[in-house]
Design a protein around this ligand. Structure first.
Ligand code: PEP
Length: 249
C-alpha cells in the first residue's frame, strides 16, 4: 500500500439468495472495519436494492456491469442512470469473466467506462493476462493494451481504480506472489506515468485481485504499489472479508 486510501471491493458475482445475502449483510454490519479504508461491495443487480436498504452506509455499493450508453431498448441490460438511481457509487468493468466468457472487447469496455464516469459512477477498471499469455511472456503487453483502451476513452482518471487481476489467479486458489503482483503494479504505474500523466500515476489506486483471502492478504498489502484488493470468493464470508479490509494495518 502506498497510494491514496486503501480500497477493498467485494465482487459477489452471480451468487446469493435473499436469505444468504441478508446473512452476509448482517455479518458486514457487525464487522469491525478500520476507518481509513474504502470498502465497496458488488452484489448481483437483483439484490442491490435489498443491500442498499439494509447495509451500513459505511460500505458503498458497486454494480458488476453497466450498459454502454443511455438506457432504452436494450433488453436485459441495466443502465448507469438506473444504477445511480438505486444508490450505486461504482461499477466493475472489464472483469475477466466478462472479457473471456461473455466476449466483451477492449473498445466496448472503454466506452462503458467513459459513459459511467461521465454520468457520475466510479469505475473499477479490470485488466489482467491469461495463463498462456503469462507463459508466453506477454503479461505487460496484454495489460498495456487493456489499459490503453481505458486511457483512450475515459474523460478523467479521478474516479477510476485499476484492478490488476491475473486470470490464472481468479477463483483458482493460485494467488499471485506478492512479488509477482508488485512487479505488474509498479509497471502499470509506470505506464500511466508515460502515457497519461505523472499526476494520474501517483494518485490512481491499483488494487490486486485473484484468490485473495484472509491468510494471504497481509503480505500482499505490504507491497508498495498494491493499494487494495478486489475479492471474489472470500467476499462472500463477512468475517473473512473484514480481515482483508483490515489487512493494510
Ligand atoms: C474476482 O473475480 O474479481 C476475484 C478476484 O475472484 P477470487 O477472489 O474468487 O479469485
Amino acid at each position: 500500500a502506498g497510494t491514496g486510501t486503501f480500497f477493498v471491493g467485494g465482487n459477489w458475482k452471480c451468487n446469493g439468495t435473499t436469505e444468504s445475502i441478508s446473512k452476509l449483510v448482517s455479518d458486514l454490519n457487525s464487522a469491525n472495519l478500520e476507518a481509513d479504508v474504502d470498502v465497496v461491495v458488488a452484489p448481483p443487480f437483483l439484490y442491490i436494492d435489498q443491500v442498499k436498504n439494509t447495509l451500513t452506509d459505511r460500505i458503498e455499493i458497486s454494480a458488476q456491469n453497466s450498459w454502454v450508453g443511455k438506457g432504452g431498448a436494450f433488453t436485459g441490460e441495466i443502465s448507469v442512470e438506473q444504477l445511480k438511481d438505486i444508490g450505486c457509487k461504482w461499477v466493475i468493468l472489464g472483469h475477466s469473466e466478462r472479457r473471456h466468457i461473455i466476449g466483451e472487447k477492449d473498445e466496448f469496455i472503454g466506452k462503458k467506462a467513459a459513459y459511467a464516469l461521465s454520468n457520475g459512477l466510479g469505475v473499477i477498471a479490470c485488466i489482467g493476462e491469461l495463463l498462456q499469455e503469462r507463459e508466453a511472456g506477454k503479461t505487460f503487453d496484454v495489460c498495456f493494451e487493456q489499459l490503453k483502451a481505458f486511457a483512450d476513452a475515459v474523460p478523467s482518471w479521478d474516479d477510476v481504480v485499476i484492478a490488476y487481476e491475473p486470470v490464472w489467479a481468479i477463483g483458482t486458489g493460485k494467488v499471485a506472489t506478492p512479488a509477482q503482483a508488485q512487479e505488474v503494479h509498479v509497471t502499470v504505474r509506470d505506464w500511466l506515468k508515460k502515457n497519461v500523466s505523472s499526476e494520474v500515476a501517483s494518485k490512481t489506486r491499483i488494487i490486486y485481485g485473484g484468490s485473495v483471502n484472509g491468510s494471504n492478504c497481509a503480505e500482499l498489502a505490504k507491497q508498495d504499489d498494491i493499494d487494495g484488493f478486489l475479492v471474489g470468493g472470500a467476499s462472500l464470508k463477512g468475517p473473512e472479508f473484514a480481515t482483508i479490509v483490515n489487512s493494510v494495518l
